[in-house]
Design a protein around this ligand. Sequence first.
Ligand code: 9MR
Length: 362
Amino acid sequence: MKVLRLVTAAAVTSTLALLPLATAGPAAGAEASAAARDRPLRQLAADDRLRVGTAVDTTALAEDAPYRRIAGSEFSSVTPENVMKWEVIEPRRGEYDYAEADRLVRFAERHGQKVRGHVLVWHSQLPSWLTEGDFTKEELREILRRHVTDTVRHFKGRIWHWDVVNEAFNEDGTLRDSIWLRELGPGYIADAFRWAHEADPRAKLFYNDYNIEWAGPKSDAVLDLVRTLRAEGVPVDGVGFQGHLGIQYGLPGGVAANFQRFDALGVQTAVTEADVRMVMPADDEKLRTQAEGYRLLLDACLRARHCVSFTVWGFTDKYSWVPDTFEGEGAANILDETYRPKPAYRALQAALAGRARPTTSG
Ligand code: 9MR
């Protein structure tokens, strides 16, 4: 049994505790016990041997003091939303710029937070020198090997989890057509995990994807991949369920049971990018459904013996990728644009305060 070394912040009162609920959502708000209401999420999660994290927008972190205060006080892990992506850290071939990412890692260390490294191998946010370059297969494999090795080595000892491969599957469970699959074949996935492990043997290495929270062709394919890789001795330690939900599709069923399938393989699991969007404008009923969406993701994690972290993809509606990506949608986060807690925040507090986990964790 491995025991997570948890930083238990001194008994602090959540900076959010005194603020009124964003919208009158009596059901979710009333669920939280009085004790839960004045403790930050990171403390409540520590009681459950779980890290509770957020994606961090490093521009907001630098410029917005309330954002910075809440990022440091509510969460026990952080994920760079964008600043560890290939286009940012290797804008020119072989020339690295880790400055922004380093700043965030230092912030995390100052606040007793773990860092989830995001992301080494992905089809998106690649620099144009790479996507438009005319490389042979051998050159491209070497470019990938170097990027993974140099980056993991740069942060060696300071990254808790790496999202090594991100979003490699289509919805039907076939592998996504990407520069990596086209040029290198499916073996790029095992290669990336091996290279990352060699560069930092102590970091936990994750496969990460969306729409795999429930059972279906895509999560079946990920389960199969992870089982096969581990049987071959490839160092895959965990699976990240991103958790991008939209209430207009209805909330998914069978999430806890699906997490259990992965748990049974012996790998760690994590909710890595939770947010629950809605068609605007928001109203009380939508906010209650949203709270239920967050709660069901956290609940699935709490029920899985080896689920080690629950990360939200940003914590305030002030900064979110959602309105830029889905026209007419938004309000996906747990605090509103003025940092007032929404029913979703209260639901997370209540879920963390209200239950005990299985006796061991990975
Ligand atoms: O939140 C990120 C947004 O700011 C970027 O513009 C976008 C680019 O594709 O990536 C977003 O983060 C994604 C994450 O890295 C991987 N899973 C899906 C996330 C939301 O798109």
